[in-house]
Design a protein. Structure first.
Length: 404
């Protein structure tokens, strides 16, 4: 890559690479087969320090920004895009709080999340509400200083290994999009239950579960952002989280391409290595070029985002204001278009690259023991979650229409 990362970022790359090869790689095949998450890995992650990347030092973080988070996710995903998910899914769950939490909420949650003592998860999707978030039926009725929440969510990543769940519910159904609010709920709350674990095509070792809420009593102090502001919280969360999906996709594609190139150099047919055939070498050149373009685009975007993110966080702490308020003072620009573009592009080229890697490796590529087909299975979900790629196209087209 052509980027010059700072010392902190270079250290994150090194630590993440070592963790991926030393800790994740020995577990990868077994737990993909078992479709289980190795609980011992939670302790390893806690010791890694990866959860601290997004947070300032005041809360036990290292303030390495979105760039640091993406570098970590990319390196971990090169080995296993599924076992790599806990730092990513906890960041996704934390971003609504990072953007909108007040100082009291920051002090309550951030030290726990930065240390890995608690993991966050994000729960929006429902059986009848996917791309259309306004169709959620989960409701929160106010009773004094509390809300009673009833409903269910599904497709919650890291669903049964997390601790703090960001839930979106309707506090005023009659107001439509303006009647949705966001809450942080502890998994030990009475009436909070984890439902079935899904069986999936890919990212099989990361648990994707249902969540049931039956008269879950949540303090008004655990509402994230103002009442009725949930859709804004959701939209801006995706502005900051979608580059993380792109990093996952890029890492998965890199892992597949590395295995493939090594195999094609070793494998001989008709008296020469397969990679020496022009048709094969040209295909490798095309895939590597797409991958480099995606990486350059990703790190350009997050480096620009960090220019305002890190400064705004410092200001938010100093002024005891939500980060979102300080971000608006620095720049009125939103990152919707670019976040959607990189998520769209990186996930599409990742699935393209991993498919081609299976093809290039022939019969071996199809064998589970060889490992390349797992990268293809894991890549597919990056085109789907945090907004399907057709939704990304809608977002991009809408922003371009506004610009012109």
């Amino acid at each position: 890559m052509l980027f010059n990362f700072n010392e902190t970022h270079e250290e994150i790359i090194k630590l993440s690479k070592d963790f991926a090869n030393g800790i994740l790689k020995p577990l990868s095949e077994e737990y993909d087969d078992r479709e289980e998450f190795p609980l011992s890995l939670l302790e390893e992650y806690k010791k890694s320090g990866f959860y601290s990347i997004l947070y300032p030092e005041e809360y036990g973080g290292i303030n390495a920004g979105l760039t640091g988070l993406c570098l970590c996710i990319e390196e971990l995903s090169k080995v296993d895009g599924s076992l790599a998910l806990p730092p990513a899914t906890s960041a996704l769950g934390a971003i609504p709080m990072i953007l909108y939490a007040n100082e009291e909420q920051r002090k309550k949650y951030f030290p726990l999340l930065a240390s890995g003592e608690k993991l966050a998860a994000f729960a929006l999707t429902e059986p009848e509400a996917g791309s259309d978030a306004t169709s959620i039926t989960t409701q929160a009725k106010k009773e004094g200083d509390y809300y009673l929440i009833n409903g269910m969510k599904h497709f919650c990543s890291s669903g049964n290994i997390s601790d703090i769940y960001i839930i979106f519910a309707k506090t005023a159904p009659e107001k439509g999009a303006r009647g949705i609010s966001c809450f942080a709920i502890d998994k030990n709350a009475e009436g909070f239950k984890i439902g079935k674990k899904e069986k999936k095509l890919g990212i099989k070792s990361n648990p994707t579960t249902e969540i049931f809420l039956e008269n879950v009593r949540v303090s008004k102090n655990d509402m994230i952002g103002p009442e009725g502001f949930g859709l804004f919280v959701l939209q801006e969360t995706f502005d900051y989280s979608r580059p993380g999906v792109a990093a996952q996709a890029i890492g998965i594609a890199e892992g597949a391409l590395e295995i493939t190139v090594k195999y094609l150099k070793q494998r001989k047919q008709f008296g020469q290595s397969i990679i020496s055939f022009q048709a094969v070498s040209h295909k490798i050149a095309e895939l590597a070029t797409k991958l480099e373009a995606a990486k350059s685009f990703l790190y350009l975007i997050v480096s620009r985002m960090d220019e305002s993110y890190t400064q705004a966080f410092e200001n938010a702490i100093k002024n005891q204001k939500p980060l979102r308020e300080e971000l608006k003072k620095i720049s009125k620009e939103r990152w919707t278009k670019y976040s959607a573009m990189i998520k769209l592009y990186a996930s599409d080229i990742a699935f393209d690259i991993t498919q081609e890697c299976v093809n290039l490796c022939g019969g071996m590529g199809y064998m589970r023991s060889f490992g390349v087909e797992k990268f293809m299975r894991d890549a597919k979900v990056t085109q789907i979650y945090e907004g399907s790629n057709n939704i990304q196209k809608n977002e991009i087209a809408l922003q371009i229409s506004k610009e012109y």
